[in-house]
Design a protein. Structure first.
Length: 216
């Protein structure tokens, strides 16, 4: 699996892909459901299956110390994505410039011009760009204009509940190992995440990962 760190490292050879965008924290069964759709479409089109993710996460950028602890560090997330046959990860540095990007610029400059997206795989509640103004509907309209298609994947549910990173954190906080295993499909989360969600009096400095993935 190839890791591209930052827009400045995108090359002409990276143009043309099937893409999904998100944090993919924990790479739980909901994510795995998305990745299966991504891989299927990539094989059908003969293009690389590409995940676009962010460092720091948008919630870390906007919420700082109030953002939830991560389930996986970047290295663990990349290892998990590789196991699910992702060909390429584009890791974007989430800063003020990216936070302020308009939906149209996101569609035209990032998706079409830089990535050459041919097909997008998104979740049922997908939003993008500044103030989350971009929606699946606006993405489909952009795709019709710019030459890519959009597939909305329904949520993955277990016993009527949508599997999400928040649900995994809640299971960790409750010490519900059975649910945690079910949500992760045999995967594990980092020891740092386990200790972070269980220690209610821990400071953000002690529970937030100390690594960084992007060379600015």
């Amino acid at each position: 699996m190839e890791l591209v760190r930052g827009l400045h490292n995108l090359r002409p050879s990276h143009h043309g892909c099937v893409t999904t965008i998100g944090n993919y924290d924990g790479v739980h069964r909901g994510h795995q459901h998305m990745l299966a759709a991504l891989r299927r479409c990539a094989l059908e089109l003969g293009l690389p299956a590409t995940v676009v993710t962010f460092e720091p996460t948008p919630r870390e950028y906007f919420e700082g110390a109030e953002a939830p602890a991560r389930l996986t560090r970047l290295r663990e997330k990349l290892q998990a994505l590789a196991r699910y046959d992702v060909d390429r990860v584009v890791c974007l540095y989430f800063n003020a410039e990216l936070a302020a990007i308009s939906a149209r610029s996101f569609e035209e400059d990032l998706l079409a011009a830089r990535l050459g997206v041919r097909h997008m795989v998104v979740g049922h509640d997908f939003h993008y760009s500044r103030r989350r103004e971009g929606t699946t509907a606006s993405l489909r309209a952009a795709g019709a204009r710019l030459g890519f298609t959009v597939e909305e994947v329904p949520p993955f549910e277990i016993q009527g509940g949508r599997v999400s990173s928040s649900l995994v954190r809640a299971a960790l906080e409750a010490g519900d190992l059975g649910s945690r295993r079910s949500f992760l499909a045999g995967r594990t989360v980092s020891a740092a995440a386990c200790s972070a969600v269980s220690a209610s009096d821990a400071s953000w400095a002690s529970r937030r990962p100390t690594w960084r993935c992007i060379a600015r």
